[in-house]
Design a protein around this ligand. Structure first.
Ligand code: NAD
Length: 434
């Protein structure tokens, strides 16, 4: 059972100060410059978001008091198409975090070669302190306030940390009521009954699974023998662990904000998912299986495994712990989990890092499929979605892998070169307006 102490520890952990993600993203972008011949003026366009909106989000709490939150929506680039990016509810949300995530979305959509720009949104709040009705009121107010800049052809939100299909459904309803017309395509990741795509909920984790297996094959590591640790057991982490387990992989390490667990014989992920489905706060706390031991979140990151999959938040693998990471391969399911300093340490150690803008692109690829279906008013079978997702992810992995080999650069740099050059190309073809 998650006790009061566990919940307090959870809250303390989620508000601890973090590294500035926008500076991290700009640093990665600047490292890319030497490997491209993008003109200086275009480079300046790429280093800034097109638009950043800050909104106040007042709600009436269930006890009648008014509380005001701060929300953001950042559109980093629309050069390649409408902006696309999730919405995050978390106490650590800041304008700089949203700018970074919007930038990563831009490069990611270009790496996956879907016709989108990049954006992101968020509200600085602790959703574990809000009731269901308060969450709905906050979501509806935030939607109304960002509505002037979102839309099926402008900017399409989706779920991210602490947001899900229910929240997307409230956005669809609020936008449809205010616009006086049905606008299902204004978000992706909504419920199937409202036009959501079969397979979207699992898509990011499924993409992580495709990429993990594809990379291990290229490295000549026997996948079913590989030992895997996953940090974060939310939408992305739980599905990635579940699908890798289904494919025969051995997931020996798991964690979420309440703590970590290690089981050398591997976890029965179906059993863990069943437990979390009904546990207080949907946390791993209190889970038990024979031969399992508790580890801290830091220990989870440094377990003796072949593959480490960070699937929680930014800046988890840092200069403080990178030296102790034992995994041969890190597959970044989260956005920005490895700091640039940690990247250098890992490269020296020979740890292969599969970058976020490739590894977790499955979500936006499937969001693209959902949006295409909404625009055409039709629905695909789940099998078709999963097959198409597989081919897009395989193609993106091959392109990044081949570029990395050809230029003798890291996978992160190769993914950045590929993505940033595509966005620069689109910017140059469009030209500068006035
Ligand atoms: P989620 O809210 O469903 O899950 C987040 C998980 O991380 C939870 O289990 C939480 O307990 C855990 N967590 C938070 N802080 C932690 C910490 N300090 N240590 C260990 N665990 C911690 O969110 P999600 O949608 O699964 O997103 C996870 C990551 O994947 C984020 O970086 C997000 O931006 C990225 N991502 C999500 C999607 C998507 O489709 N949802 C797509 C691409 C990338």
């Amino acid at each position: 059972m998650a006790t009061q102490d566990t919940m307090r520890a959870v809250r303390e952990q989620i508000v601890k100060p973090r590294i500035n993600p926008f500076e991290m993203m700009l640093h990665q972008l600047d490292l890319t410059r030497a490997h491209t011949d993008i003109p200086g003026g275009v480079w300046e366009i790429l280093r800034r978001p097109e638009r950043a909106l800050e909104v106040s989000v007042p709600i009436t709490r269930d006890d009648g008091e008014i509380e005001v939150f701060t929300g953001y929506r950042v559109q980093y680039s629309s050069a390649r198409g409408p902006c696309k990016g999730g919405i995050r509810y978390h106490p650590g949300v800041t304008l700089d975090e949203v700018k970074a995530l919007a930038g990563w979305m831009t490069w990611k959509c270009a790496v996956a070669n879907v016709p989108y720009g990049g954006s992101k949104g968020g509200i600085a709040c602790d959703p574990t302190r809000l009731s269901e009705r308060e969450l709905e009121r906050m979501t509806r107010c935030y939607t109304a306030r960002i509505l002037p800049i979102i839309g099926t052809k402008q900017d399409i939100p989706a779920p991210d940390v602490n947001t899900n299909a229910s929240i997307m459904n409230w956005i669809v309803d609020t936008a449809s009521q205010l616009r006086g017309e049905a606008v299902p395509g204004i978000v992706t990741g909504k419920s199937i009954e409202l036009g959501g795509a079969l397979g979207r909920r699992e898509a990011t984790g499924r993409g992580v699974m495709f990429v993990t297996i594809g990379v291990l094959q290229r490295l000549g590591i026997d996948f079913p023998q590989a030992r895997i640790a996953v940090q974060g057991f939310g939408n992305v982490g739980s599905v990635a662990a579940w699908l890798l387990g289904k494919q025969g992989g051995k997931v020996v390490g798991l964690s979420d904000i309440s703590g970590g667990y290690y089981r050398p014989d591997g976890f029965d992920i179906d059993d863990v998912i069943r437990y979390v489905g009904t546990s207080p706060g949907h946390l791993l706390a209190g889970y038990n299986a024979p031969g399992m031991e508790e580890v801290t979140n830091d220990e989870l990151l440094t377990l003796d495994v072949d593959v480490l999959i960070p699937a929680a938040l930014e800046a988890q693998i840092t200069s403080q712990n990178a030296t102790n990471v034992q995994a041969k391969v890190i597959v970044e399911a989260a956005n920005g989990p490895t700091t640039p300093e940690a990247d250098l340490i890992l490269a020296e150690k020979g740890t292969l890092v599969v970058p976020d803008i490739l590894a977790n692109a499955g979500g936006v690829v499937c969001s693209y499929f959902e949006w295409v279906q909404n625009i055409q008013c039709l629905a695909w079978e789940e099998k078709e979605t999963n097959q198409r997702l597989g081919s897009v992810m395989q193609r993106a992995l091959s392109e990044v892998w081949d570029l990395s080999k050809e230029r003798q650069i890291s996978l992160r740099l190769a993914a950045f070169v590929l993505g940033v050059e595509r966005v620069a190309q689109a910017s140059m073809l469009r030209g500068v307006f006035l």
